[in-house]
Design a protein around this ligand. Structure first.
Ligand code: PEP
Ligand code: MG
Length: 574
């Protein structure tokens, strides 16, 4: 029996045999022979057409089997293949550098992938997957390879280094019970599809395809990120029992998801949604979100070469704000920068992009971008209950300066006779300096939202994207708990509230501790809302407080997890 640990990105538990999906990355084909330029150009054109045709077919298949929203990814692929600068770059490499069509495609894709992988925004980084997928399909069509379909002949858990959109589209969904991958994150296609299909997924497990062999029995725990290979009979029975209980409980949680999350001793907590695009906003409503705790607005600028107009942003934000009918919608200003090629902002190459010009730092450098976005947000504030939040803050002067820009924009709109609604201002606590100095920051804002993904990365000095050090990345580390305790205490002393919006808020072992530390709101990916509410409803606040008190005295994250599991087990939640 081997136990691996990864990042849970879709809730649920599955037990089944493994189907290990191995696929050759299409290698660059080096050819010594002199290239016939015209022939290569026309081979490329044919491969391009064939790939487009295939993608359209996959899109229709996914539309039928999964849904329109999930199929939209393939429209983006088609757009990319029709992009004139993409096509001419490849043609130029053939014409000017004498590369074969395969080499030209690979070189172009490699450069684009590298650019996207260096981005620290999870959405943008996940798009590197799509590009690799496109590159593989183009090259495979250049080589006129036969397409392999993934046929599952029995209930299976699919194990792969990485699953690209076209791989998943080819999967037989009937027998698909779960996913385990070596790469990927919350916003990878595999995670999105798993959540839509309602099967568990655990990603970022180094060497999963080496440890797991075809037909091994595998347990995937999409709540904790545990993956157990060839479990003993005893463990298998424990999990079967847990699965039965979860199934019943999850059904009950889902049925009650629109009700408030009230503890057994009658204290209400807000459970909101992290939303990264309009589709997720619908999913959030469906899953009973009490509001949006984090609207990642990067979707507004993801696929454009220029900053969208104020009206365009206003319309897109308004449609989300309206959907929530007066419930809180916390809109985060653009959290881009550093290594990220926002096409309309020139950022110098940096040695340490995570420590560079990103988030609010970048927006204060490019105030016109911030001003335009703030105008759109303030106008949308007339349509509901909007709160504005600045990300990646490490210094008081950043808050003062960002608020000054906001106040200027408010005055400007007023002088133009444009109405704005009531709005509140908060910051994300994502750096140790902001957490430690929270007692100073609090005087400048109405609320804090703790971004535990970045706070963990910066406090533990563990790159959140580096699989080599993933074993050190744990938001339940006592150092993080102590920072959260301090942030909550000083905010409450001033009568202000605190949310947690990192992935920690949907970690079942973290929920009782966060509640016990006094966090007022948890904001999580939409599919996790019913579970988070259900866990809160099973708790007495006094037990959660006692757990949090003990957790603060622990030495390591594993000690904290042990304590929490004990409480969850006693409540029949584990
Ligand atoms: C975080 O850092 O915890 C967070 C919620 O922001 P993001 O994941 O978008 O960086
Ligand atoms: Mg962050």
């Amino acid at each position: 029996m081997i136990k691996l640990k990864g990042m849970p990105t879709s809730p649920g538990i599955a037990i089944a045999e493994a189907f290990v999906f191995k696929k050759e990355e299409r290698r660059r084909v080096k050819s010594k022979a002199k290239i016939d330029i015209q022939r290569e150009i026309s081979r490329f054109a044919q491969a391009l057409e064939r790939t487009k045709r295939e993608i359209k077919m996959l899109r229709d298949k996914v539309m039928r089997e999964v849904g329109d929203k999930e199929a939209a990814i393939f429209d983006a692929h088609i757009l990319m293949l029709e992009d004139s600068s993409f096509i001419s770059k490849i043609e130029n490499l053939i014409r000017r550098n004498g590369l074969s069509a395969e080499d030209a495609v690979r070189k172009t894709i490699d450069e684009l992938v590298e650019m996207f992988e260096r981005m620290d925004n999870i959405y943008m980084r996940a798009r590197a997957e799509d590009l690799r997928d496109l590159g593989n399909q183009l090259i495979s069509n250049l080589l006129l390879e036969k397409k392999t379909h993934i046929v599952l002949t029995k209930p299976s858990i699919v194990i792969a280094k990485e699953l690209l959109p076209s791989d998943i589209a080819k999967l037989e969904k009937r027998y698909l019970l779960g996913f385990v991958t070596e790469r990927g994150g919350v916003t990878s296609h595999v995670s999105i599809i798993a959540r839509t299909l309602g099967v568990p997924a655990v990603v970022a497990i180094k060497d999963a395809t080496k440890h797991i062999r075809n037909n091994d029995v595998v347990i995937v725990d999409g709540y904790t990120g545990d993956v157990i290979i060839n479990p003993s009979d005893e463990v298998l029975e424990q999990y079967r029992e847990r699965m039965r209980r979860y199934e019943l409980r999850f059904k009950a949680f889902k049925e009650a998801c629109k009700m408030p999350a009230t503890t057994k001793d009658n204290v209400v907590f807000k459970v909101c949604a992290n939303v990264g695009n309009p589709d997720e906003a619908y999913l959030a409503i469906e899953n009973g979100a009490d509001g949006i705790g984090l609207l990642r607005t990067e979707f507004l600028i993801m696929n454009t070469n220029e900053l969208p107009s104020e009206d365009d942003m206003f319309k897109k934000l308004t449609s989300i704000v309206k959907l929530f009918e007066g419930k809180d919608v916390i809109i985060r200003t653009f959290d881009v920068g550093g290594d990220k090629p926002v096409p309309f902002i020139k950022v110098p190459r940096e040695a340490n992009p995570f420590l560079g010009l990103r988030g609010t730092r970048l927006m204060l450098r490019y105030k016109e971008v911030l001003r335009r976005q703030l105008r759109a947000i303030l106008r949308a504030s007339t349509k509901g209950n909007v709160k504005i939040m600045f990300p990646m803050i490490s210094d008081i002067d950043e808050v003062i300066e960002a608020k000054k820009v906001l106040e200027d924009v408010v005055e400007e709109l007023k002088s133009e006779g444009i109405g704005i609604g009531k709005y509140y201002v908060g910051i994300m606590i994502e750096t140790p300096s902001a957490a430690i100095l929270a007692d100073m920051f609090i005087d400048y804002v109405d609320f804090f939202s703790i971004g535990t993904n970045d706070l963990t990365q910066y406090t533990l000095a563990v790159d959140r994207t580096n699989e080599e050090v993933a074993y050190l990345f744990d938001h339940l580390h006592p150092s993080i708990l102590r920072l959260i305790e301090h942030v909550v205490r000083v905010a409450h002393e001033k009568g202000k509230w605190v949310s947690v919006c990192g992935e920690m808020a949907s970690d079942i072992e973290a929920i009782p501790i966060l509640i016990g530390l006094g966090v007022d709101e948890l904001s999580v990916a939409p599919p996790f809302i019913p579970v988070v509410k259900g866990v809160i409803r099973s708790l007495h606040l006094k037990d959660a407080k006692e757990l949090a008190r003990k957790a603060l005295t622990m030495k390591r994250a594993s000690d904290v997890r042990g304590l929490s599991r004990k409480l969850l087990t006693s409540l029949g939640l584990y």
